[in-house]
Design a binder for this molecule. Structure first.
Ligand SMILES: [Zn+2]
Length: 308
């Protein structure tokens, strides 16, 4: 019969009574449930073990994780799921307290916190916190993926391990190729225009990994405010460097970046919105940017087209 590592004790205790009833937690034909907080993490789980588990993301496409508050329904889902993957590093800002309690359970795993502290960025404006947006360096997300894949192999029935391993190796190769492609694409933008301006500071790791300067109007989290002075400073920078385009994000209101655009235009310079980037959430299933690989492709193509 199929059982999860966390339920081994239960199964052993009741194995004598197996002839009489099936365990309530997992029927023989039922797939274990894996709950991820974000669509990005759900995508990692699917890429490793999509055939063997039922995956669900608490926060859907376009949802901003920094300000998301868990509902009563979310709490019961967290309690019922066989395995839970959350990001950590304060990405789920309003759920930090929940995870500081539940996160110690044996079936809860913090994906972002699996990375070594040496590779994490902690810019001074983040006030002592690490930047959680690690998925924008494909190599770091690849490390997060192997963490997820290893935990799934440990937790899921042993007979699934071979398939999960094979699928994971293929996916890791895809990510290696993606990493090289992103680097080549970004380097094709003329050096002076290689500047990425968005509403919130989600692209720090992207900038570090692929050699593009990054400026944001808000800080690390979308919950921080920006003022007129921030808009003016960024407008000065855009005009001085003759930056042609800035970008809106799918999980952040457009009005922030539109304020910058008006600020620049009022001074007689043009500034276009180069397109919409996915920052903290994937696109809707079947649409643009529905998987991590497609999201990176979409973002990079949008950036390169707008800044050429
Ligand atoms: Zn963010």
């Amino acid at each position: 019969m199929r059982f999860l590592w966390g339920n081994v004790t239960f199964t052993l205790l009741f194995s004598g009574a197996m002839f009489l009833f099936s365990p309530p937690f997992l029927q023989a034909d039922e797939k274990p449930t894996v709950l991820a907080t974000t669509t990005l993490i759900a995508d990692l789980v699917r890429s490793a073990a999509g055939d063997f588990v039922q995956v669900e993301a608490l926060m859907g496409p376009g949802v901003d994780p920094h300000v998301y508050k868990a509902t009563q329904g979310d709490l019961s889902k967290l309690g019922r799921a066989d395995i839970v993957f959350f990001h950590g590093l304060h990405l789920e800002g309003k759920m930090t307290e929940i995870f500081s309690k539940l996160g110690k359970r044996k079936n809860f795993f913090a994906v972002g916190e699996s990375l070594s502290r040496d590779v994490l960025m902690a810019p001074p404006e983040f006030e002592g916190n690490y930047d959680p947006h690690v998925w924008f360096d494909v190599r770091l997300w690849q490390s997060c993926f192997s963490f997820v894949s290893d935990r799934l192999i440990e937790m899921l029935p042993a007979e699934d391990a071979g398939s999960i391993r094979a699928k994971s190796e293929a996916y890791e190769q895809e990510l290696s190729k993606l990493h090289s492609w992103v680097g080549e694409q970004i380097q094709s933008i003329p050096a002076p225009k290689r500047v990425l301006i968005t509403a919130h500071d989600a692209f720090g790791y992207f900038g570090r990994a692929y050699g593009i300067e990054v400026r944001g109007l808000q800080g690390i989290s979308t919950s921080s405010e920006f003022g007129l002075r921030d808009v003016k400073n960024l407008a000065d920078f855009v005009i001085e460097r003759r930056i042609p385009s800035v970008f809106v994000e799918s999980s952040v209101p457009k009005k922030f970046i539109e304020a910058l655009q008006s600020g620049v235009r009022e001074r007689g310079f043009d500034l276009t919105i180069g397109g919409e980037l996915f920052s903290d959430a994937l696109g809707v299933p079947g649409g643009v940017g529905a998987t991590y690989v497609e999201m990176i492709h979409h973002n990079v193509s949008t950036i390169v087209d707008a800044l050429q």
